[in-house]
Ligand binder design. Structure first.
Ligand code: PLP
Length: 388
């Protein structure tokens, strides 16, 4: 991990943190070493991104708390929405076109695909189905939506701490599988740490584990990776494994407010989960049309990625300058340990018009900041310099 972190900034922050002796020798590695043993049901105290946004000041200068993409949707998507308005009295039957497009790209047939209004309803469908059957194994911290909803159906949640380099601990997760396990939920890349799993390890894990337990992989941030296809578990579905892959247009495509997501799994599993979801009829016709023209629009995607990377580099520079370390991120958000109470940090940043999220794990307070436009990152930098 150390080679991943910036040593100079660590030395600087170490000096600033005189008195925090446990932090000094090995930086974030030492923090990781203090991580707690497996906890059950850790989710109750966590806010959702939606709750955090609702709690934020109304007048925001920088909305950096929900991992949205302010560079989207694309101009083509906006045009498709405008063009579709006159036919909005019709039900959204174009969902078939979108399913076919996704199926063609992935080398599958539409029976493997389920569409809904964002990926949240698909996570909910899985939570309802598997949550009634047994325990859910997940990372800690990881995206809590599916486990949190499964908990409502009395599912025990087995939350497995991350590795020392803030990745899902596949080995530890596999060891937790037993007769009561209903589902393994993996968020890759992981939210909130922004880390990605080694593909060879992930493939080997899934090939083994899916023989005894279904694996649900949430690939909401996969489009931010240099090689999304090579980093996805779509192939595992194609090979017939009991794997579900959730995708969303909410992130790189900039559709968080438009609401389009899909799940890819074995046709039998799609039929099962479809019992718990509304499906394409919950997506508006303009959103579907916009998704059809946006899907795999490489020119738009590369442009949004370039802007995201520039804003992320700006953020890294600010954090280094202020003497902070961070977890290097493959996504559109960055997590770093803060030096004050997380709630107070959120409030102080909020007073300055900047919304971010706080976490507590490994006995430390953390901030997760989403990557915004450059003006938003500048607003973050200004507020952070005052608060930090
Ligand atoms: N999965 C992950 C990992 C997320 O971070 C989010 C949203 O932040 C979602 C799923 C849900 O997104 P949506 O319902 O907008 O597709």
């Amino acid at each position: 991990m150390q080679d991943l972190m910036n040593r100079r900034s660590w030395i600087k922050s170490g000096a600033l943190l005189a008195g925090s002796a446990a932090l000094l020798p090995t930086g974030l590695d030492a923090l990781a070493a203090t991580r707690p043993a497996e906890r059950l049901s850790p989710l109750a105290s966590q806010l959702t991104d939606e709750e955090a946004l609702l709690a934020a000041p109304v007048q925001l200068r920088a909305r950096l708390s929900a991992n949205e993409n302010p560079f989207g949707p694309s101009d083509k998507a906006k045009q498709a929405i405008t063009d579709s308005l006159t036919s909005c009295y019709q039900y959204p039957l174009q969902a078939r076109d979108l399913m076919q497009k996704i199926a063609d790209f992935e080398g599958l047939t539409p029976e493997y695909i389920m569409l809904d209004a964002g990926s949240s309803p698909l996570l909910l469908a899985a939570a309802m189905h598997f949550g009634q059957q047994g325990a859910i194994i997940t990372g800690d911290p990881s995206y809590a939506d599916l486990p949190r909803k499964a908990e409502k159906f009395k599912a025990p949640i087995v939350a497995v701490p991350l590795t020392a380099d803030y990745k899902l601990d596949l080995e530890a997760m596999e060891k937790k599988i037993d007769g009561r396990t209903a589902l393994v939920y993996l968020c890759n890349p992981n939210n909130p740490t922004g880390t990605v799993l080694d593909m060879a390890k992930l493939k080997a894990f899934t090939a083994r584990v899916s023989k005894k337990t279904p694996v649900f992989i949430d690939e909401a941030y996969i489009d931010y990776l240099p090689d999304p296809r090579g980093s996805s578990l779509m192939d595992a579905v194609k090979q017939g494994q009991n794997v579900m892959v959730a995708r969303t247009f909410s992130k790189l495509y900039g559709f968080a407010g438009l609401r389009v997501g899909y799940l890819v799994a074995q046709p039998e599993m799609i039929k099962t989960l479809a019992q718990y979801a509304v499906g394409p009829m919950s997506i508006s016709a303009p959103a579907i049309r916009a998704a059809v023209v946006s899907y795999q629009d490489q020119a738009y995607m590369q442009d949004a990625l370039k802007k995201t990377l520039a804003s992320k580099q700006f953020l890294y520079d600010v954090l280094k300058r202020e003497g902070y370390e961070y977890i290097p991120s493959v996504t559109n958000f960055v997590m770093f340990p803060i030096k004050m109470d997380g709630k107070r940090f959120v409030e102080e940043m909020g007073k300055r018009g900047v919304s971010i999220r706080n976490w507590e794990f490994n006995g430390k307070q953390w901030c997760r900041v989403s990557i915004g436009r450059m003006d938003e990152m500048q607003a973050f930098a200004e507020a952070f310099t005052q608060v930090s």
